[in-house]
Design a protein. Sequence first.
Length: 211
Amino acid sequence: MEQRGEFATFVERGREALMSGGVVAVPTETQYALSVLASDGAAVMHCFALKRRPDCDPMPIFLPDLTWLDIVAAETPAALRSLAAAAWPGPLTLVLPRHPSWRSLAVPGKTVAVRIPQNPLALALLAAVGEPITGSSANRHGEPAPVSAIAVHETFGDAVTILPPMGVAPEGTASTILDCTAATPRIVRAGALDEAQVGKLLSEHLAAGRR
């Protein structure tokens, strides 16, 4: 019961920080991520500044659930939604055409990179805020991505609210990025899912959807 109470406390702490425009270091199954509400322009720009990342370089986006796929992305056929449902929560990031009606300073271009992370605290936090948040690695631009709360604090100190991993420690390997903006999806960054695993997902879902 005590651990359950701590879990709820950390979720609420993260939610309050996000809703007030703060930056939260969120644990995932891959690395720690710096998260702000994707809809909060001032918070997004503050996150860019903290990371020393060019604001023309789009940030990945974490979704609360699959229903958001049709909101943030312009082209989500049933086969693609099926693939996402099979891969998420998990370390596969999909690059898709951004829906023109969904705008965020975190995503300045015409595409959006999205996933649902696999960590109970991250999932609970997303459910609590009920909208997309940024999922850029919790490091200065060009530096190694951290896999521990201690490493995040060494970089950012008290400038971010740091949440504990709560039993699912980041493994250190970034998510695999699959570009789905062309007729044939392709891996543009190797990561936690290898080529064979991605190929299996594609054959079971996208290929089946074209038959």
